[in-house]
Design a protein around this ligand. Structure first.
Ligand code: PRP
Ligand code: URA
Ligand code: MG
Length: 225
């Protein structure tokens, strides 16, 4: 029997899905974190550098407004500044690996939490805990989760945000690696949500892990494997 082929995602690239430029530097960082023998400190360091790139790329998708300033030589720089309130929402646990990089770039940003775990047998998401700013509906949300595999967790987290009044168009899903199956699940159901990712893997395996993948990101990042 042949393995099922992954769905085509060409129609989502550049619109719904923003893939980081696949530079040699990015691939070198990925090479460290994909290595099953990577030391934990190298995994955390290199994934942190990739996450910083993802956060910066995600901020590019937020709205900006004109803001001129006078330069030291007395001229005008026709600049821009962020024109939206922004909130970060990590999906606990693995999403918390992205929180420190977001806080470093956006000091003082409000942070909500959604705790979702995949059931170890069924791989279906279980929602355990939600804590979000009361006025989250007024914010653009950077939803943080490094892994988008079947898409079950992402869909559950997006549903929480929509129930709290966040418009679909105001959600940017900041993601480390994904697969066509996960992209298709999110983009078909929520075409207004944008995904920023650093790698699109080949496919899911029979255990709902991505291939070639990275293994269990949360376990490797937090040292629980
Ligand atoms: C992982 C990952 C995502 C989810 C993705 O979480 O961090 O949240 O799986 O898989 P899906 O797209 O198939 O739903 P996990 O349940 O392993 O929890 P963890 O963050 O504690 O590792
Ligand atoms: N969660 C992970 O950590 N890795 C995968 O490949 C899929 C889900
Ligand atoms: Mg995990």
């Amino acid at each position: 029997m042949t393995a099922p082929t992954a769905p085509s995602i060409d129609r989502y690239l550049g619109t719904n899905v923003h893939l980081l430029p696949q530079t040699d530097q990015l691939r070198a960082l990925h090479t460290v974190v994909r290595d099953r023998n990577a030391r934990r400190e190298d995994f955390v360091f290199c994934s942190g550098r990739i996450i910083r790139l993802l956060i910066e790329a995600s901020l590019n998708l937020l709205p900006f407004q004109p803001h001129d300033v006078r330069t030291p030589v007395g001229s005008t720089y026709e600049g821009l500044r962020l024109s939206a309130k922004v909130c970060g929402v990590p999906v606990v646990r693995a999403g918390e690996s992205m929180e420190s990089e977001l806080r470093a770039v956006c000091p003082g940003i409000p942070i909500g939490k959604i705790l979702i775990q995949r059931d170890t047998t069924t791989k279906l998401p279980e929602l355990y805990y939600i804590k979000l700013p009361d006025d989250i509906a007024d914010h653009h949300v950077l939803l943080l989760d490094p892994m988008l595999a079947t898409g079950g967790t992402a869909l559950a987290a997006i549903e929480v945000l929509l129930e709290r009044g966040v418009p679909e168009q105001n959600i940017v899903f900041v993601n480390f690696i994904t697969v066509p199956e996960g992209i298709t699940a999110v983009c078909e159901r929520y075409p207004g949500v944008r995904i920023v990712t650093s790698s699109i893997e080949q496919r899911l395996n029979e255990n709902a892990y991505m291939v070639p993948g990275i293994g269990d990101f949360g376990d490797r990042y937090f040292g629980t494997d």
